[in-house]
Design a protein around this ligand. Structure first.
Ligand code: NAP
Ligand code: HSE
Length: 438
């Protein structure tokens, strides 16, 4: 049988990696898919740019539309990024009856509901394993491997750039900006790296994971999102002193009132496996009612790790090209007409424990005032340390760990603490999770 012809949009980090992996492993891939997979057409912005892959035999163009409209190709792989042109091209490809593979989490998180509806109508597949956690087959694991479970919660390090920055800051004391530059050079970061450091990229991925875990529509706008840009080296060191690591987590949990959907820096006990996932590696811990906790670990970004997931999707699409569209694995794991309308909880209703750091005047009675405010708000303290003023400052650092409390009460307490004349600047708040198997 002839090889399946594929049109590729984008020849950057992931596009180049995909061409390389498809060429290098062609024989094995053909044995797995039952047919060869051949990229015949590809689009990029600048055809004179040197590429990290061999483009021999691929017809190149700067016009993405040419690729999605080419009658020879059966599958379009979208690796341009962003959610404007990518969205337009994916919708056109679907309209032209082509199957789609994409690594674009922004696209799926923001436009997935319409894209899947259009694909369902046309009877084509849209596969997006590479959109979450790079090379880790986490979507397949939850959608298929854990299909017998009620997923209770999942928590993951789902941005490689952010984890790389936090690890380098902790292990080598390096500066945030310098490590971010290196992540960009290594091809880990998004075209706009604020997506990585402000948690937007992780929020895109969490949106997708929550839908697949709980069978709810994609709701990117409902994700509470906080990045790592305000984490200081001192916070990293104080957390370690207290037996914790700071990790940037995406966390979603099903509770009676609805679904928690949040991305933020989090203190995790240092003995947890997740606390020891370093560098560009990602990991997702999933709690199923039948299986208990399972954890998935691997490279979260980079050319070939991401290509690994793109190519796996291509193989899946080729395997089911001819199967009945009504009986394919549903895009969001649950049948499209059986999605649940479970509400997403407002962040003020979510309960967590907290790490608090505040700069205080170094005089008697300050601690008593702070603990009184916390006590009045029903917040109990688990640990407290006071640090000498840092060089060049006359303010002491007070660091506290609290027990679990609703975010609403913590917001009120922090506002009251910040209004004390003996407290200077903002109170740093980092949420804590024990990630126990309960
Ligand atoms: P990238 O290196 O910036 O590559 C983007 C490619 O798209 C480039 O080849 C670029 O052409 C091409 N392109 C941009 N605008 C175009 C246009 N108007 N017409 C035709 N081609 C155009 O990006 P990437 O890192 O490979 O990421 C691609 C996608 O994968 C994104 O959605 C990203 O979020 C996702 N992703 C990336 C990683 C990773 O580790 N990098 C991991 C998982 C998922 P030129 O090369 O000529 O500029
Ligand atoms: N910029 C993303 C990250 C790429 O660093 O995780 C992988 O999705």
């Amino acid at each position: 049988m002839d090889a399946v012809k594929v049109g590729l949009l984008g020849l950057g980090t992931v596009g180049g990696g995909t061409v390389t992996v498809l060429r290098r492993n062609a024989e094995e891939i053909t044995r797995r898919a039952g047919r060869g997979i051949s990229i015949t057409h590809a689009a990029a912005r600048d055809l004179s740019k040197p590429r990290n892959c061999d483009t021999t035999g691929i017809e190149l163009t700067t016009d993405a539309e040419e690729v999605v409209s080419n009658p020879e190709t059966e599958i379009v792989v979208e690796l341009i990024g962003g959610d404007t042109l990518a969205s337009e091209m994916v919708m056109k490809a679907i309209d032209n009856g082509k199957h789609v593979v994409t690594a674009n989490k922004a696209l799926i998180a923001k436009h997935g509901n319409e894209i899947f509806a259009a694909a369902q109508k046309k009877g084509v597949m849209v596969a997006f394993e590479a959109a979450v956690a790079g090379g880790i087959p986490i979507i397949k694991a939850i959608r298929e491997g854990l299909a017998g479970n009620q997923i209770q919660w999942l928590a993951g390090i789902i941005n490689g750039t952010g984890n790389f920055i936090l690890t380098e800051m902790r292990d080598k004391g390096r500066d945030f900006d310098e490590v971010l530059k290196e992540a960009q050079q290594l091809g880990y970061a998004e075209a706009d790296p604020t997506f990585d450091v402000e948690g937007i990229d992780a929020a895109h991925k969490l949106t997708i994971l929550a839908s697949i875990a709980f069978g709810i529509p994609l709701q990117f706008d409902a994700v509470f999102t906080e990045g790592i840009s305000k984490i200081t080296r001192e916070d990293v060191a104080y957390a370690e002193e207290l037996g914790y690591r700071i990790k940037h987590l995406g966390l979603t949990r099903r509770s009676n009132g609805g679904v928690e959907l949040r991305v933020h820096p989090t203190l995790i006990p240092e003995r947890r496996l997740l606390a020891n996932v370093d560098g560009v590696m990602n990991a997702v811990l999933v709690m199923g009612d039948a299986v208990g906790p399972t954890m998935y670990y691997g490279a979260g970004a980079g050319a070939e790790p991401t290509a690994s997931a793109v190519v796996a999707d291509l193989v899946d699409v080729v395997r089911v090209l001819t199967s009945d569209p009504e009986n394919r694995v549903p895009h969001l794991a649950f049948q499209a007409n059986r999605l649940s309308d479970m509400p997403i909880l407002d962040m003020t209703q979510v309960q967590t424990a907290y790490y608090l750091r505040m700069q205080a005047e170094d005089k008697p009675g300050v601690l008593a005032e702070v603990t009184r405010i916390l006590g009045d708000s029903g917040i109990s303290i688990e640990a407290i340390i006071q640090k000498e003023p840092l060089p060049g400052s006359d303010k002491a650092n007070i660091i506290m760990l609290t027990h679990r409390v609703e975010e609403r009460s913590m917001n009120e307490a922090i506002a009251a603490i910040e209004s004390l004349p003996v407290i200077h600047g903002e109170v740093t708040r980092i949420r804590m999770e024990t990630l126990n198997a309960d």
